[in-house]
Design a protein around this ligand. Sequence first.
Ligand code: PLP
Length: 438
Amino acid sequence: MNPTETLSSDRRSILKGLAAAAVTSLAAPAMAAEGLPPPTGSAAAIATDKTYWAAVKGLYAVTPDIVNFENGYWGIMPEPVRREFIHQSDMVNYQNTYYARQRVGADFEAVRAKVAEAVGAAPEEIALTRGATEALQLLIGGYIRLKPGDAVLYADLDYDSMQYAMNALKARRGVDVVKFDIPEPATRQAVLDAYAHAIEANPKTRLLLLTHVSHRTGFVMPVTEIARMAKAKGIDTIVDAAHSWGQIDFHVGDLESDFVGFNLHKWIGAPLGVGFLYIRKDRLADIDRAMGDEDFAQDDIRSRVHTGTVNFATVLTVPTAVALHRQIGAPAKQARLRYLRDYWVSRARGFKDLEILTPDEAGSYGAITSFRLAGKTSKADNEAIVVKLRDSHKIMTVRRAGVARGQCIRVTPALFTDEADLDRLVEALAIVTGTKAG
Ligand SMILES: Cc1ncc(COP(=O)(O)O)c(C=O)c1O
């Protein structure tokens, strides 16, 4: 007996749908969100277009229990992406190894090509990873041009796991590891001077870690200028772009760095568990194969990542996330996120004892900005404020450590944030700072 004969007709049509879906699994959508018009006008006009952003907000299903300003952790999937993820999960589960043994390789190649095109790289210059951590660990750990006695440099604002990976180079490669502090307030010029000074003071430096957008303060580093400065001294840079692509409008070539690690599950809105690394074509030989990979040729960048079995559906959903990113457009996303950040910062800046850690300088911020209350630099101080915002005002933020001058609180709006959400944040900050009676 055919087992499907025992199924209801509803169930049979679902299964038929899944089978058909498998055949067209990667017919990449040009328009991820049908009916969402392209944004029009100048960046300033787009950023404040209420009708347009209400339509974008409508693409997200978000809990009404809290106003979430902790969107730096990861970026939830908009509904068209979430639906695609469920569809791909169903397809992979239904088709089983029959799909995976025959098709997944070619489908992943199509995903790689789409991501490469969107970021401005050749497909041979990128390899998919499970996130930015994996990408950057492979770049830092795999960089083979260091010899004992060389120095490597990084700063306090760099991400913890990348600091660990740089520290590990001491035992692994016999290098001196030098850490320095980014000045506060971080202005573009002060930061450029700090890097110039650190490079000058450590003439044996051969490798420098740079973070494009700081997850601690939101500061957007002038990475291109720093990478150029480093290159002039024969220093290679590895850029942590975990937070930047999708939040900030750029192509990988703009960074002028030969090694970059990216996320797709933050500001591109892909499902959790996907990112990629970039190695400029003529620099592949300077990054080692991942744990001696033998699946791919030495001159194939895919040999630089050896993950094992991944969540296929996550990767297969990336084209839809990238399509939506491109449908809204990187310039519009950047303009909107900066507007949202400016909206609350401009209203809260004068509040009693409130220190904003990211300057209002053009190009030095995106969505993320951190604050602290004067003198409140400890973990306990900042955690208490986060808890108060959450429990008394229904506002979600996060405490961030690792900034030389003390801990702080990070505020990260998302594309589904609107002015009413920000008004609520400003009101809460007025009360928490004692600017206004609660
Ligand atoms: C600057 C920075 N680098 C790297 C990462 C690591 O990203 P993931 O945990 O997604 O691999 C993060 C995550 O928040 C980050 O903010």
